[in-house]
Design a protein around this ligand. Structure first.
Ligand SMILES: CC(C)(COP(=O)(O)OP(=O)(O)OC[C@H]1O[C@@H](n2cnc3c(N)ncnc32)[C@H](O)[C@@H]1OP(=O)(O)O)[C@@H](O)C(=O)NCCC(=O)NCCS
Length: 139
């Protein structure tokens, strides 16, 4: 986890992501405090999607004190609307197979399992479930 955080999280890296035209970052604040965020990335996804223009929900995090209070659902709704407005036909994500809360949450939000992929966390090769939600039917 330390290796993963060192490689992917720093002020410089997040500034670069916020400025990256292929990424969109949504933040949720309460009284000036950041309580959650979501990041969308456009670009090709795994083959199992069969998508024309997929948008990846690359990150979704809500502060623990705010779990179960609708923040994550608001972020998903806003991210899906943004992806659709940008022309995406599907929104997809990879979730660690041993993250039951997130998997239950995504199913509740209408995401379905469509495949799997590997994710390297530090030196640990993990299995992620690929889930997606259609935004519009194929033309
Ligand atoms: C994933 C996350 C954004 C979901 O937000 P949330 O506010 O916790 O979501 P909710 O409480 O609305 O939904 C969670 C669902 O998981 C289920 N759940 C809750 N705790 C659970 C647990 N310990 N084990 C299994 N399922 C659980 C509940 O059934 C709940 O559904 P319900 O409201 O119908 O009962 C949030 O938990 C989070 O930030 N987690 C840490 C980061 C993370 O894992 N991000 C996803 C990476 S892909």
């Amino acid at each position: 986890m330390n290796l993963h955080c060192a490689a992917h999280y720093s002020e410089t890296l997040q500034c670069r992501e916020i400025l990256d035209p292929a990424m969109q970052t949504l933040v949720c604040q309460e009284s000036g405090q950041l309580i959650g965020f979501a990041q969308l990335r456009s670009g090709p996804g795994p083959e199992c999607l069969c998508a024309q223009q997929p948008a990846e929900l690359q990150r979704l995090y809500v502060s623990k004190a705010w779990h179960g209070r609708g923040v994550a659902q608001d972020l998903i709704a806003a991210a899906t609307a943004l992806a659709g407005a940008s022309g995406a036909d599907q929104i997809w994500l990879g979730v660690w197979e041993r993250n039951p809360r997130a998997i239950a949450f995504y199913r509740k939000c209408g995401f379905a399992d469509v495949g799997e992929q590997t994710f390297k966390l530090g030196t640990d090769l993990q299995r992620d479930i690929v889930m997606r939600r259609l935004i519009r039917e194929r033309a």
